[in-house]
Design a protein around this ligand. Structure first.
Ligand code: DLL
Length: 429
C-alpha cells in the first residue's frame, strides 16, 4: 500500500494542493485551450492558494476535447506519448486520450491498487473479459493486474462459450468484466450444464456501465462470488479512478492523490457541498500527456466520507446529466446514430432509438423514416437493403450492433419541443 493511502487527511490535502498548483500551471503554460479559457474566466494559475480556489477555474467539457481533436489537449509532444486510447465523442469524432510512459506506470499502479483494495493479491489468477483496443478497459485493467504480480489471462470481450471453457480449465480466482456481460457468461455456464457457483472464481470486479444492487445480488448469487464496483473515464485515465474497496463497501473510494473530485449542480455548474447529489467533475493531479482541469464526467453521484481512508468516496453512479447511453459496454450518443444515418441520403433525419433487455444484455433498435421525396413505397428488397446498409454504417462508425427498421415518412411522432430520440423499454433496477 502507498503511504499516502493510509495517511491522514491533512497530508492528503497538502499533497493535492501542491499537485493541483503544478497541473494547473502546466496546463496553462502548455495547452492553448486552457490559456484562453483561463483568460476568458479572468483566472490565472497564481490565483490558486487553497484547494477551494479550483472552483474559480473554468470547467472542461467533452466538446472542448472535440474542438481540439485529436491532439490539441496534449501537454507534451507526440514523441513523449507512448499510448493513445479513444472513447465515443458526441458526433463522428472520438475523444482521444494520450499517455506518457510515466502515465502508463501511474495507471498500472492505480489499477493494481484498485484490485488489491477489492481483495486481490499477487497470488490471484485474473481473467479479463474487457475488450482490448481503443477502449481503456482491457489494456488498463491488464497492466494493473500484471503490476500487482497476478497471473493474467487476457481473454478480451466476446466468444462467450470460450469464456466459460477458460474459467473452467484455467481456474481464475478473479474475473473483471462489465456486470451485464458477467450475467451472459453465467447463462453460458447454465447452457453447458456447468455449475457456475462451483467455479474457481471468488471475486468479480465490475464497471464501465451503470449497475445497481439488484444486479450485484444476482451476480453474487449465480456465480457464488463477491462483486465490487470499479469506476473510470477514458479521458481522465481509464479504469482505476475509483474503486469499491473490501474494507469500505457501498461506495467507491476515489484515488484522491491522483484525481481531485468535485460535485457540481449540472445546470448552474456551481459546486455543491459534500453529500449532496450532482455531477462529478475530476481534475487529474499527476497526468503528464493529457492533464484535464475540472473535466465534466456527466456522471451523477455524491461525495461521501470514508470509514477506512482519508480519501473520500463516491456513491454508485446513479445516472448521467447528458443523453449518453451505454449499450453492452459501448458508449453511444444519439447524435452519433444520427450522424451515421445521415450518411445514407435516402433516410430522413427522423429516427427513434428503442432500448430493450430481452435477457441480460441490452439491445438497440433504430427506427428511421425514408425521405418523402422518394415518392411511392420502396420495394421490400429495397427496404431490406437500406436497413442492412444503415446497420453497417452504425456498426462501422459507432461500434455498436443494432437492428434498423426503415419506415414510411411521417410514421414517427413529431415532437413539439426537443425531439424524443430514445424510448427506453428496459426493465428498471
Ligand atoms: O468505461 C473505463 C472503464 C473501463 C471503467 C473498465 C471501469 C471498468 P469510458 O468508455 O470512457 O471509460 O466510459 C466512461 O462509463 O463516464 C460512466 O458513465 C460509465 N462508467 C464507468 N464505470 C462505471 C461504473 C470506461 N462503475 C463512462 N458505474 C463513465 C457506472 C460507469 N458507470
Amino acid at each position: 500500500m502507498d503511504l499516502i493511502e493510509t495517511g491522514g487527511v491533512d497530508e492528503l490535502r497538502a499533497l493535492q494542493l501542491k499537485r493541483l498548483r503544478d497541473v494547473v500551471r502546466r496546463a496553462h503554460d502548455r495547452i492553448p485551450h486552457y490559456r484562453k479559457a483561463f483568460a476568458a474566466a479572468g483566472v490565472h494559475p497564481d490565483d490558486l492558494h487553497h484547494l477551494s480556489d479550483i472552483a474559480r477555474f473554468p470547467l472542461t467539457a467533452k466538446e472542448d476535447l472535440r474542438q481540439n481533436y485529436p491532439y490539441g489537449m496534449f501537454a507534451v509532444p507526440l514523441e513523449q506519448v507512448v499510448r493513445i486510447h479513444a472513447s465515443s465523442g458526441t458526433t463522428g469524432k472520438p475523444s482521444v486520450a494520450g499517455y506518457t510512459k510515466t502515465d502508463i506506470e501511474t495507471w498500472a499502479r492505480l489499477m493494481a491498487r484498485s484490485i488489491q483494495a477489492a481483495g486481490g493479491s499477487r497470488s490471484d489468477t485474473i481473467h479479463i473479459a474487457y475488450t482490448y483496443g481503443l477502449f481503456t478497459g482491457g489494456l488498463g485493467v491488464h497492466y494493473g493486474a500484471e503490476h500487482l504480480g497476478a497471473a493474467v489471462i487476457p481473454v478480451g470481450g466476446g466468444f462467450t462459450d470460450r469464456q466459460v471453457q477458460i474459467i473452467a480449465d484455467f481456474r481464475p480466482t478473479i474475473v473483471i468484466a462489465t456486470p451485464s456481460y458477467m450475467l451472459a457468461i453465467a447463462d453460458a455456464f447454465e447452457r453447458h450444464g456447468i455449475d457456475s457457483r462451483k467455479s474457481s472464481l471468488r471475486l468479480g470486479i465490475f464497471g464501465a456501465e451503470p449497475w445497481g444492487e439488484g444486479l450485484r445480488a444476482e451476480i453474487e448469487q449465480r456465480m457464488g462470488i463477491e462483486a465490487l464496483d470499479l469506476y473510470g473515464v477514458s479521458e481522465v485515465m481509464g479504469p482505476g479512478v475509483a474503486q469499491e474497496c473490501a474494507d469500505s463497501k457501498g461506495a467507491l473510494t476515489v484515488w484522491e492523490d491522483h484525481f481531485y473530485p468535485e460535485i457540481i449542480d449540472p445546470d448552474s455548474g456551481r459546486p455543491v457541498r459534500d453529500g449532496e447529489p450532482g455531477e462529478l467533475v475530476l481534475t487529474t493531479l499527476t497526468k503528464e500527456a493529457m492533464p484535464l482541469i475540472r473535466y465534466r464526467t456527466r456522471d451523477l453521484t455524491r461525495l461521501l466520507p470514508n470509514p477506512a481512508r482519508a480519501m473520500r468516496r463516491i456513491a454508485r453512479v446513479s445516472g448521467r446529466s447528458d443523453d449518453m447511453l451505454i449499450i453492452r459496454g459501448v458508449n453511444v450518443y444519439p447524435s452519433q446514430i444520427e450522424a451515421a444515418l445521415a450518411l445514407e441520403d435516402r433516410l430522413a433525419p427522423h429516427y427513434l432509438i428503442e432500448l430493450r433487455r430481452p435477457g441480460h444484455m441490452d439491445e438497440m433498435d433504430v427506427v428511421v423514416e425514408t425521405r418523402s421525396i422518394l415518392g411511392g413505397k420502396l420495394s421490400a428488397a429495397d427496404l431490406a437493403g437500406l436497413e442492412r446498409s444503415a446497420e453497417h454504417q452504425i456498426k462501422a462508425f459507432v461500434g455498436v450492433t443494432t437492428k434498423v427498421r426503415v419506415v414510411e415518412p411521417g410514421t414517427l411522432e413529431r415532437s413539439h419541443g426537443r425531439a424524443q430520440r430514445v424510448l427506453d423499454l428496459r426493465p428498471k433496477g
